[in-house]
Design a protein around this ligand. Structure first.
Ligand code: ZN
Length: 79
């Protein structure tokens, strides 16, 4: 194969390859950041009463004077 013919073919498809790479990287970047915002797996709350720290699913939210405070199940049972 002629080298100039190869270069012609390469530069004919190079912009499309570049475009596809940019689209893919933007897609994965936006998906990654959205996932980072959405995943509060490591988020913990400390109990207002005893200071026990637990995951959100294990804590009990209680509305008090217009704001949400978090209690551990043990303290919530004693309220
Ligand atoms: Zn507690």
């Amino acid at each position: 194969m002629d080298i100039t013919a190869f270069l012609d073919r390469f530069f004919a498809i190079a912009p499309w390859v570049l475009f596809a790479a940019i689209v893919l990287s933007v897609y994965f970047a936006s998906r990654g950041s959205r996932g980072g915002v959405r995943v509060p797996i490591a988020q913990t709350f400390s109990c207002t009463q005893c200071g026990h720290r637990g995951k959100r699913e294990h804590m009990v939210p209680i509305s008090r004077e217009g704001s949400i405070v978090w209690y551990c199940p043990r303290c919530a049972a004693r309220l």
